[in-house]
Design a protein around this ligand. Structure first.
Ligand SMILES: [Fe+2]
Ligand SMILES: [Fe+2]
Length: 172
């Protein structure tokens, strides 16, 4: 069981907030890959498979929405202030944004597959499984790289300034 962290306004720090978000997204996509693995094994009855695909489509919709919101906050606020503050980090920041594009494209493609009739989707199930697994891996790697990068730069930013950045991000 996970213990809910409570953060008072004075301790709600950007570094913690980003870690929390990343862990949330990482888990969503990992779970999704797990559901698809069971589906691709093809041991279930049609009705059960249909139910599973419907559930996976709903889970993916939530994951996609949360992911896009997170990317948006990073690209519209966080990375903008970061690049102003550390212009020498421009290439790294742009590399992270490229990663967002790839992950968004794959997640949208997957969502399209899940809204098709189940027979069509199942004809393609190996490709779908491949994409969902590669997506979970990309989210994992992106999260790892981004966390390492952010931890190194954010520690150079005064905590008051980090708090302001976080407020700005939450306004989106
Ligand atoms: Fe992120
Ligand atoms: Fe990111």
């Amino acid at each position: 069981m996970s213990s809910e962290e409570t953060t008072s306004p004075s301790t709600s720090d950007l570094i913690d907030a980003v870690h929390h978000e990343h862990e949330h997204l990482r888990r969503l996509f990992k779970d999704l890959a797990g559901s698809f693995q069971s589906l691709a094994r093809g041991e279930m009855k049609r009705e059960e498979r249909q139910e599973m695909v419907t559930g996976a489509a709903e889970d993916l919709e939530v994951a996609l929405e949360d992911m896009l919101e997170h990317f948006n906050q990073e690209e519209e606020v966080f990375f903008v202030v970061l690049e102003e503050r550390f212009p020498e980090m421009k290439d790294e920041i742009h590399g992270l944004i490229k990663g967002h594009e790839t992950m968004s494209q794959r997640a949208r493609w997957l969502h399209e597959q899940l809204t098709r009739p189940i027979d069509e989707m199942e004809r393609n199930v190996d490709v779908v499984l491949d994409v969902v697994q590669s997506l979970a891996r990309l989210v994992e790697e992106h999260t790892r790289d981004e966390t390492a990068f952010l931890d190194s730069v954010l520690n150079k930013v005064p905590s008051e300034e980090r708090r302001q950045w976080l407020e700005k991000m939450r306004e989106i």
